[in-house]
Design a protein around this ligand. Structure first.
Ligand code: HEM
Length: 484
């Protein structure tokens, strides 16, 4: 009997040893692993692969295990540069066995692996967003129209306190909606509220505990666990998008595109990998990538501007000085507004909107900082480790536009300013996002003062964690500025 128990114990021991993840030779170091779980117990579930791991300090490149799956974390500008720029193609893949791959059914551009489908869709999106195909109305005009709607909301609240969360989410959502589908929704509209809610839930879920368990423990995937909700959320968006695409097919004039969908339909028969299904997933990708990121940056921006009134005032002085009697700001005016540029870049730095970027994967066996990284390894960029890296910034740990100004007060962009990442996979919406941030912030600051309400207590700058970081809901008091 005793012998059988010992034998069974030994068998279990050796089985567990087999299920204990092993680091290949010269693989980046990391914390010890447990059988089956890998490093799951080390991870701070609130902030997933969080910064605390960075503090364990295995160096700028270290590895952890999601179950049996190795993941390499990249920290600091030097390592990030080597991976994303110097060895760009080696690191330009996306993992294909993750929660989000299943949710989006392996279509679209964000999670597409490095290859021709990704390249053709990325190139098309970049061209179209650069105004080459969007019809008569310029991108700038589309954004201004939405800024006007936000102004209307703010005007109704002058002298009052409002919570800006939905306002900015809806505004960012409407801008991308105008670009993709040529339409917008009233802020109270049920469709937009449903879409924004789905996206917020989806992004929170995608970086949360359930997605992490889904990624690490494949055997739980078919089970009816809370991650199933994400599959329902995406269906809600897709059914709305399919309806809009069908509407476009009925009303479009070939060769005279009104928006992104029309442009894609014009190309449908010309590019091999283009299809109706890809189109709908592509709109999902651009919508989800362009809504939460921009709105959370705006929310962070106004939270800081209210609590640093001297910075808000200096922005307003520069805006008044440069725009004088001009009816409205244009994106070109940024060249004459170094302080405003510095403030917006500093907002993006402090907002750290996509704290872990989007997961990458190696496309071939490669090396990073002298370590061996096999093909197919998942790569995570720790963005904050660059955006607040000591030695790269004058004031790495405080909100200070001086980070982007030289001694003569001119705008300068340090190399470590990479909120959109770098290399072939870097954000393809950067141009649109920059234009939105500039036109929104400048127009609103020109017209209103934003005040932290006296009864609101101390501001809490700690963000809520999801794929994107967002400030906790906060109040905002609106005052009309005197005409300058
Ligand atoms: C402040 C706003 C934004 C920030 C901070 C941001 C940041 C990022 C980052 C860090 C990535 C990951 C890059 C990588 O994998 O290395 C990314 C990817 C992407 N972003 Fe953005 N983004 C913003 C706005 C937008 C907008 C407005 C759009 C759409 C119009 C957009 C579309 C995309 C797409 C499609 C990708 C995937 C690109 C690819 O895989 O080739 N983003 N973004």
């Amino acid at each position: 009997m005793l012998f059988s128990v010992i034998l069974l114990g030994l068998c279990i021991f050796f089985l567990l040893l087999q299920l204990k993840p092993q680091r290949p030779k010269n693989f980046p170091p990391g914390p010890p692993t447990l059988p089956i779980l890998g490093n799951l117990l080390y991870l701070n579930l609130k902030f997933l692969i969080c910064i605390s791991l960075h503090l364990i300090s295995y160096g700028n490149v270290y590895s952890i295990f999601f179950g049996l799956k190795p993941v390499v974390m990249i920290n600091g500008f030097q390592a990030m540069r080597e991976a994303m720029i110097v060895k760009a193609v080696d690191f330009a893949g996306r993992p294909q066995d993750m929660f989000m791959n299943d949710v989006i059914q392996r279509k679209g551009v964000i999670m597409a692996d490095y290859g021709s489908v990704w390249r053709d869709h990325r190139r098309f999106a970049l061209m179209t967003l650069r105004n080459f195909g969007l019809g008569k109305k310029s991108m700038e005009e589309r954004i201004h129209e939405e800024v006007e709607c936000t102004i209307e909301t703010l005007e109704k609240n002058i002298g009052k306190t409002l919570c800006p969360q939905f306002m900015f989410h809806n505004a960012a959502s409407n801008i991308i909606c105008r670009v993709l589908f040529g339409t917008r929704y009233e802020y109270e509209d049920e469709i937009i509220q449903t879409i924004v809610k789905c996206f917020t839930d989806l992004t929170r879920m995608a970086n949360g505990m359930w997605a992490m368990l889904y990624n690490s423990l494949p055997f739980i995937r078919p089970l009816p666990l809370p991650f199933r909700k994400a599959f329902k959320d995406i269906e809600v968006f897709l059914s709305i998008a399919v309806g809009l695409v069908n509407e476009h097919k009925k009303t479009r004039v070939p060769g005279e595109p009104r928006d992104f969908v029309d442009c894609y339909l014009d190309e449908l028969d010309k590019v091999n990998c283009f299809s109706d299904k890809q189109l709908v997933r592509h709109t999902f990708d651009l919508y989800i990538a362009g809504t939460d990121t921009t709105s959370n940056t705006l929310l962070t921006g106004f939270l800081y501007l209210m609590n640093y009134p001297q910075i808000q005032e200096r922005c307003q002085q520069e805006i008044d000085q440069v725009l004088k009697g001009k009816e409205r700001v244009s994106f070109d005016d940024r060249h004459n507004m170094p302080y405003m540029q510095a403030v917006i870049h500093e907002i993006q730095r402090i907002a750290n909107t996509l704290p872990l970027g989007v997961l990458h994967s190696t496309t071939r066996d490669t090396e990073l900082m002298g370590y061996f990284i096999p093909k197919g390894t998942t790569i995570v960029q720790n963005m904050i480790s660059v955006l607040s890296e000591e030695g790269q910034w004058k004031f790495p740990h405080e909100f200070n536009p001086e980070n982007f100004l030289n001694e003569q007060g001119k705008f300068v962009k340090p190399v470590a300013s990479i909120p959109f990442s770098a290399g072939p996979r870097m954000c393809l919406g950067e141009g649109l996002a920059r234009m939105e941030l500039f036109l929104f912030i400048v127009t609103l600051l020109r017209k209103f003062n934003f005040i932290w309400p006296e009864d609101a207590g101390e501001p809490d700058f700690t963000p809520l964690y999801g794929i994107t970081l967002t400030p906790k809901p906060y109040p905002m008091k609106i005052q009309l500025r005197q005409k300058q």
